[in-house]
Design a binder for this molecule. Structure first.
Ligand SMILES: Cc1cc2nc3c(=O)[nH]c(=O)nc-3n(C[C@H](O)[C@H](O)[C@H](O)COP(=O)(O)OP(=O)(O)OC[C@H]3O[C@@H](n4cnc5c(N)ncnc54)[C@H](O)[C@@H]3O)c2cc1C
Length: 380
């Protein structure tokens, strides 16, 4: 007798949901994806304004050192090589004039600054290894107080809306560096790609053979009501909202104010780089983003976005020293499992209360689909 095909519902069509769905589908599972937004692609989506490709949710550069992930995305057309370099506009001392420097800071550029003698003295007095539980202590022990004030102090206060002393140092090693090797690219991963039109077409390609319903925001009651039709659920949605307790998990969000600017020649841009950091407190935004630098689009216009922190959006989990939101999120997972009779899997940044890059979301999709397939095989 022919075996009936297993059915899985996936909540969310960003990278994590799309990869999980595609992997399950390619192994003979019937998958249905439900997406709250009008389009697939999730947070990494790009849009166009007067024909100019831009990123309404902020800059998204694809980079990975995972060979399997790199090979996978190339299959779906994410393959154009790119090298991402970030610049920073700083005010040195009381000077109103702006100085454009690389981010991460490069010692060879810092040596040219009038404050170099002070910086040099501070660097000479640093411990061999940076240390400290809170962000400020850790970063000062890595680069000294002058560079901390110049590049980090105000940026961190703007970005997180709370003093750096209240933030865990756990995310500092990944984000903060002082470079002495002249390497200008932000990322050191083996593969870095930028799709000329943003990742939408890539994710659409991943989902080409999957049934997707857009404009469908599911809550826990919906999943409970769908149990007769599905053997398992994969959730990539935020759990406080899924449980009807929107906002209990705090996030730090950003809002982008994007402006179209006509330009004379099709190659013209308006800012120094795709991403420019503006750490100083006198600017309410943290960075400017001009995606045209990365797409290389030839068009007599450009879009410059200013990124303002403090928006009510789920972007950066708050890394409190006591990790209280991570703990709460784990409790929510148990609550969801307790309500549903079917197995439920949590995948991606929102359901796991995590900041992850796109390659990590894809890795989660691989791991999640493998786990679902293993469990479905065991349940036959
Ligand atoms: C400001 C910012 C900049 C970033 N820059 C980079 C970068 O340069 N490079 C990089 O690699 N990564 C970057 N990232 C990370 C990248 O955005 C994530 O890795 C990626 O979006 C994770 O995909 P996901 O599927 O987990 O989540 P998402 O893309 O958020 O997808 C979740 C999907 O679920 C849908 N959804 C939510 N709730 C429901 C519901 N109840 N029912 C149905 N659908 C629902 C959402 O609409 C969304 O489409 C950045 C992130 C942020 C916040």
């Amino acid at each position: 007798m022919a075996q009936t095909r297993k059915r899985v519902a996936v909540v969310g069509a960003g990278w994590a949901g799309a990869i999980t769905a595609e992997r399950l589908g390619s192994h003979g599972v019937d998958v249905e994806v439900f997406e709250r937004a009008a389009n697939v692609g999730g947070h990494s989506r790009s849009e166009t304004l007067n024909g100019v490709v831009y990123e309404p949710n902020g800059a998204h550069i694809f980079h990975t050192s995972n060979e399997k992930v790199a090979a996978y995305v190339q299959r779906f057309g994410l393959s154009r090589p790119y090298g991402h370099c970030v610049m920073t506009q700083v005010h040195i001392g009381d000077d109103d004039a702006l100085t454009l420097l690389s981010w991460p800071p490069q010692l060879e550029e810092l040596r040219e600054l009038p404050v170099w003698p002070t910086i040099e003295k501070e660097l000479a007095g640093l411990p061999d290894e940076p240390a400290g539980d809170d962000f400020e202590t850790f970063v000062k022990s890595l680069m000294g107080p002058t560079l901390y004030d110049l590049f980090i102090r105000d940026y961190t206060a703007k970005q997180w809306g709370r003093p750096a002393t209240e933030l865990s140092s756990s995310f500092a090693p990944k984000r903060i560096e002082l470079r002495n090797d002249g390497y200008r690219r932000l990322f050191r991963d083996q593969w870095e790609f930028f799709p000329p039109n943003g990742v939408n077409s890539v994710i659409e390609g991943v989902l080409a053979n999957t049934s997707v319903t857009c404009g469908a925001e599911l809550v826990l009651d919906d999943l409970a009501g769908m149990q007769a039709d599905f053997d398992a659920f994969v959730v990539t949605a935020p759990l406080d909202r899924l449980l009807g307790r929107d906002g209990e998990l705090e996030w730090r969000g950003v809002h982008l104010r994007s402006r179209y600017i006509p330009v004379e020649r099709s190659e013209d841009t308006r800012t120094a780089a795709y991403v420019v950091n503006w750490p100083d407190a006198r600017y309410p935004f943290t960075r400017t983003i001009e995606t045209k630098h990365a797409t290389g689009q030839r068009i007599t216009g450009t879009v410059v976005s200013e990124e303002y922190p403090g928006a009510p959006a789920r972007h950066y989990p708050i890394p409190t020293v006591d990790r209280r939101f991570e703990v709460l999120n784990e409790r929510y997972k148990d609550e969801v499992r307790n309500v549903l009779d079917r197995p439920v899997y949590f995948c991606g940044r929102l359901a796991n209360y995590l900041y992850i890059n796109q390659d990590q979301a894809i890795e989660q999709g691989f791991a999640c689909s493998a786990e679902v397939l293993g469990d479905l095989a065991g349940s036959t």
